[in-house]
Ligand binder design. Structure first.
Ligand code: GDP
Ligand code: MN
Length: 379
């Protein structure tokens, strides 16, 4: 999970790292008001989850509130790498004397945290690596032992020179953030040296390891539709595990393994899945309703396949969910159902009562849905 710059700076601040003051605005008027309140020059910065905003024209210096208004007007609504800017950060402008780069990442091979630092900040690390590789200082921190002032401080001094002590404080804070929140990246670029000789985080990137998010419920509030898509967010809050794809056949399956196998079979018979969706093992009829609601919102979907192999999941609960959904939603596309396992007889009887036949054989069901069969036929 990625953070916007303003969120990342908020976290850095909590970890004692100096960042410029600022707030976000979603209209030019708001940006002007913030600039007025802050006084002095400000940066207007597009808040989108991609890098290279500066080069794309999404980062501008405003010398006064009127310029803040104008830059915000230009940047809001602008598209950067395909993402439309809906919010800007209005941050106190740093009077920059020089720009450093510093980051922490996971070194999987070394089973350690890797720190990279360079006096050639401002550009992306790939660019520094291509242009001035000798200017990148790299060292590893053993997570069992943590940061070591003598050894790691000396490494940092090779990049930061006279400001090595401030750099030590900043990187120590970054390291605590990195390890406490299970990050995969913490990057400050530029780490700006002001004319008064102070180091400040003028930009910040934080990425959390999604596999560790279960340990950090406090980070859930950062989850955004910009990164995960509106449907995926919707599915998550309904307790479904959903991944959107490019195809046309909407799938509702119980169990991740069966969902994968179902997608494989759809492909095998010449179709293409519109999504991965696991309703899970529980037998909550509401979940089927939510699943159908989310799938039918996708305009690309031309057919839907429900594939249930009832174990803990009970077929009658699934049938109840399907009937409930058919009452509440208008399905504009054919629905094919395959239903076997626990309470199959009851589930099947309920569906038949509503004139719906379900397959027992998965291959036949998939062939039918790929052909565009109007409904489930008796196997
Ligand atoms: P990015 O392009 O998405 O990485 O956005 P940055 O926040 O790094 O901004 C790009 C560039 O704008 C930086 O490398 C700086 O040169 C400049 N910049 C950013 N913040 C400030 C600031 O507070 N003062 C000044 N003078 N320049 C800034
Ligand atoms: Mn940057």
């Amino acid at each position: 999970m990625k953070l916007h710059e303003y969120q990342a700076k908020g976290l850095l601040k909590e970890y004692g790292i100096p960042v410029p003051e600022g707030s976000t605005a979603s209209t030019p008027e708001e940006a002007r008001a913030i600039a007025e309140k802050m006084g002095g020059p400000v940066m207007i910065k597009a808040q989108v989850l991609v890098g290279g905003r500066g080069k794309a024209g999404g980062v501008k210096l405003a010398r006064n509130p009127q310029e803040a208004f104008e830059h915000a007007r230009a940047i809001l609504g602008m598209s950067i790498k395909g993402i439309v800017v809906s919010r800007v950060l209005v941050a106190g402008a740093v009077d920059i004397a020089s720009e450093f780069y510093v980051s922490l990442t996971v070194d999987r091979v070394g089973k350690s945290v890797q720190c990279m630092a360079s006096a050639s900040g401002g550009m992306e690390i790939e660019e520094i690596a291509a242009k001035e590789p000798q200017k990148i200082v790299r060292f590893s921190v053993d997570p069992e032992r943590g940061m070591d002032r003598a050894a790691h401080g000396a490494e940092l001094a090779r990049a930061f020179g006279k400001t090595a002590d401030q750099a030590w404080d900043i990187v120590s804070g970054m390291y605590r953030l990195f390890t406490e929140k299970d990050c995969s990246l913490v990057e400050i670029n530029p780490c700006a040296l002001t004319r008064e000789g102070r180091l400040v985080a003028a930009d910040a990137k934080v990425i959390f390891d999604d596999n560790a998010l279960f340990r950090h419920p406090e980070l859930e509030a950062f989850r955004s539709a910009e990164e995960y898509g509106a449907d995926e967010m919707d599915a998550r809050s309904a307790g479904l595990s959903y991944v959107g794809m490019d195809g046309t056949i909407g799938c509702i399956v119980n169990g991740a393994g069966l969902a994968m196998a179902t997608m494989d079979l759809i492909k095998y018979f010449g179709g293409s899945p519109a999504n991965f969706l696991d309703v899970g093992g529980s037998s909550n009829p509401e979940k089927v309703l939510h699943a159908l609601r989310i799938i039918t919102k996708n305009p690309k979907v031309t057919a839907i396949l429900i594939n249930i192999f009832g174990g803990i999941t009970r077929c009658d609960d699934i049938a109840r969910g399907i009937l409930m959904a058919l009452e509440k939603l208008t399905l504009a596309v054919p629905l094919t159902i395959r239903l076997i396992g626990t309470n199959e007889k009851e589930g099947r009887a309920m569906l038949e009562g509503a004139g719906i036949n379900a397959f027992t054989d998965l291959t036949e069901a998939v062939q039918a849905v790929v052909r565009g069969a109007p409904a489930g036929a008796r196997a």
